[in-house]
Ligand binder design. Structure first.
Ligand SMILES: [Zn+2]
Length: 362
C-alpha cells in the first residue's frame, strides 16, 4: 500500500514585522543559534536576527555563508559546521537553494531549522523537500526530508526589500501550481486531498491575477503593501500547501522545460521560478489553448516581470542549444506526468507560438 506522507512546518508566522517573533521561536528550540544563507540574504537579515537572539538570551554564533549550490557536498559541509560549532537551532535565510541546503543539513544533524526567507522565489521555506543539484548546477533529484521546518517566518517588510526578479520568480513558480495541476489532474476526481490541492492551486492563480501588479510595485518601491502580503501568502502558504498535499507530484511540462534549461550553460543559472514562469506559457501552447487565453497569460506574466520570449532569458541561444534544452525536457520525469505524448516537434512549435504571440503583445 502507498502511504501518503504529509509533512507540514510546525508553525508559520506571516505578515509585516513577523521577524520580531524569531527570538522567542528560536529560544524554545535551542540555546545556540547559527544563521545560514547566501551573502545577500545574510546581509539583509543579520542585524535583526542577532537582535532577536539577544532579546531572548539565545547565543548567536554568527553566520555561515552558503556556497551557492544545493549539492550533497555542500549539505555535508554545512552539517559538519553545525556539529563542530555545537549548533542547537539553525536560522536559514536566502532563497530556495540556500533554504533547501540548510534544511537538508539540519535534518542530517537532527537539528530544528527555522526558515526566514529573504527572497520570495519559491515555497521552500515551508516544505520538507530539498531540490538537489550536482556541483556544476545540473539538476539531480527531489530529496524528501524526514521532517519540515520547525517554523517559517515570512516577513513582508523583509521581502519587500528584495530585488523584483525574485518576486517574479516566486510568482512564476506559483502560477505553475495551477497551470500544471489543471494540465495533469483528473479534474473530476473527488477526494479530500485532490480537492485541497485544486482549491489551493486555483487560489494561487486568482490572488496573483488580482494582486501581482501592485505587489511588484511594492517591491520596486521597497515598501510592503496589502497586495504584496496576498501574493506572498500565495507563494509561501497556498503554493506550499499544494506542494505538501501533493508530495511535490503536481508538476508537468513547465517544470520539465525548466529542467531542460539546466542542460544549457546560458540559461542554467537563471532563477528557477522565472524559467518555470516562461515554461507555463509553453505548457499552455502545448495544450493547444486559444490565442485569447495565451494572450491573457502573457499579459499576466509581463505584469509580473516574467520573461515571455526565449531572448528574454539569454542572448544568443543557438539552434543546437535549443535542441539540447528540448531533448532534456522531454526526458525529464515531470514531462512523464503530462496526459498526452509530447515530442520534439510539439515542444518546438509551442516555444515558437509563445515567441510569436509575445511579439504581438504591446
Ligand atoms: Zn518549481
Amino acid at each position: 500500500m502507498f502511504t501518503h506522507r504529509l509533512v507540514f512546518p510546525a508553525s508559520v508566522l506571516r505578515g509585516r514585522g513577523a521577524v520580531k517573533h524569531l527570538g522567542a521561536v528560536c529560544g524554545r528550540l535551542g540555546q545556540r543559534a547559527l544563521l545560514v544563507g547566501g551573502i545577500r540574504g545574510i546581509e539583509s537579515v543579520e542585524a535583526r536576527v542577532a537582535d532577536q537572539m539577544e532579546q531572548q538570551m539565545v547565543s548567536y554564533l554568527g553566520h555561515e555563508v552558503f556556497n551557492g549550490e544545493c549539492c550533497q557536498e555542500e549539505i555535508a559541509r554545512l552539517a559538519e559546521v553545525f556539529r563542530v560549532q555545537g549548533v542547537e537551532v539553525i536560522v536559514a535565510t536566502g532563497g530556495g537553494k540556500a533554504l533547501d541546503t540548510a534544511k537538508a543539513a539540519g535534518v542530517a544533524c537532527n537539528l530544528p531549522v527555522v526558515t526566514l526567507p529573504s527572497i520570495a522565489g519559491t515555497c521552500s521555506a515551508v516544505t520538507s523537500l530539498s531540490f538537489r543539484y550536482h556541483q556544476d548546477g545540473q539538476f539531480r533529484d527531489m530529496f524528501p526530508l524526514t521532517y519540515g521546518p520547525a517554523a517559517a517566518v515570512i516577513d513582508a517588510d523583509i521581502l519587500a526589500q528584495a530585488p523584483l526578479n525574485w518576486l517574479s520568480a516566486g510568482i512564476g513558480d506559483t502560477l505553475a501550481k495551477w497551470y500544471e495541476y489543471r494540465a495533469i489532474s483528473d479534474m473530476n476526481a473527488l477526494s479530500g486531498l485532490s480537492g485541497v490541492a485544486r482549491t489551493n492551486s486555483e487560489l494561487c492563480f486568482t490572488l496573483i491575477e488580482h494582486f501581482a501588479a501592485d505587489a511588484c510595485l511594492a517591491v520596486e518601491q521597497g515598501k510592503a503593501n496589502a497586495a504584496l502580503e496576498q501574493v506572498l501568502d500565495a507563494i509561501f502558504l497556498y503554493a506550499g500547501l499544494t506542494s505538501i498535499m501533493s508530495n511535490g507530484a503536481h508538476t508537468g511540462a513547465a517544470h520539465a522545460l525548466y529542467e531542460g534549461f539546466t542542460a544549457c550553460s546560458k540559461t542554467r543559472h537563471f532563477p528557477h521560478g522565472l524559467l518555470v514562469g516562461y515554461g507555463n506559457l509553453c505548457l499552455l501552447a502545448l495544450e493547444n489553448r486559444s490565442d485569447e487565453e495565451l494572450h491573457s497569460a502573457l499579459a499576466l506574466a509581463r505584469a509580473s516581470a516574467i520573461p515571455t520570449q526565449l531572448d528574454h532569458l539569454a542572448e544568443g541561444i543557438t539552434e543546437q542549444d535549443l535542441a539540447d534544452i528540448i531533448d532534456r525536457s522531454l526526458s525529464a520525469p515531470d514531462m512523464a506526468n503530462m496526459p498526452f505524448e509530447v515530442d520534439f516537434a510539439a515542444m518546438q512549435a509551442a516555444i515558437e507560438r509563445v515567441n510569436s504571440l509575445s511579439q504581438t503583445l504591446i
